[in-house]
Design a protein around this ligand. Structure first.
Ligand code: FES
Length: 223
């Protein structure tokens, strides 16, 4: 009877190898999974960090670039010739230095009476563009199918030359320079005639090359 007891107790001393293997197997498997998944997760995190960092840096760079290029971008969208007219709310139309005026030759009196016209142009500097700004004025006269144009800037010292319909002349009130309707001086105060400007009539429209000249000189010197 005692032998049977010893024989039956022997298996109890030996730990069941099968249960140990089963309990260790999952731990070993999860370790492998974590070891194989870690580098992948790290890579994804690093990739996202680089991508987000790049985007965050790109936004202010792009905004700064657009700010710097703004004048050029606007200039690039300026129409090289359209149907709009060079008045407030419409883009300036310019070709080879000539501005297309909103006034047609039919808008000038056939008897040659001067009409004052405010010239608009785009003012562009390095940083800004101010479209369609008043940049000066001219006196326009119709002579048959041609147009005479004179700057309103007095060649003496730069005051504004008026038209006196009663006297039939141009007159500068600052120092009493006077000119006939062809711009020739009527007294010795102005150093030269009124500054004539190039004007053309194309399909009934007046095109003007608006320029400014230095005052107090006998010669026309471009500013
Ligand atoms: S500025 Fe015109 S007369 Fe002197």
């Amino acid at each position: 009877m005692s032998e049977n007891k010893q024989t039956s107790s022997a298996p109890d001393d030996t730990p069941p190898s099968k249960s140990v293997d089963q309990s260790e197997a999952p731990e070993s498997g999860s370790a492998e999974a974590s070891n194989s998944g870690k580098p992948r997760r790290n890579f994804v995190v690093e990739f996202l960090a680089v991508a987000i960092g790049g985007l965050v840096g790109l936004v202010p760079t792009a905004i700064g670039g657009l700010f710097l290029l703004d004048p050029l971008l606007r200039k690039g969208t300026h129409p090289a010739g359209g149907e709009a007219e060079g008045e407030e709310g419409n883009p300036v139309v310019k070709e080879n230095g000539f501005l297309r005026l909103t006034l047609g030759i039919d808008g000038l009196p056939a008897d040659g009476t001067p009409v004052r016209y405010t010239v608009h142009d785009d003012i562009v500097n390095v940083w800004n563009k101010f479209p369609n700004q008043p940049v000066g004025a001219v006196w326009l006269r119709r002579i048959q199918d041609q147009v005479l144009a004179f700057s309103t800037v007095c060649p003496h010292l730069g005051c504004d030359v008026e038209h006196r319909s009663g006297e039939g002349d141009f007159y500068c009130p600052c120092h009493t320079s006077a000119f006939n309707l062809d711009g020739a001086p009527l007294n010795k105060i102005p150093p030269r005639a009124m500054d004539a400007l190039e004007a053309e009539v194309r399909d009934g429209r007046i095109w003007l090359k608006y320029e400014q000249f230095r005052g107090a000189t006998s010669e026309k010197v471009l500013v």
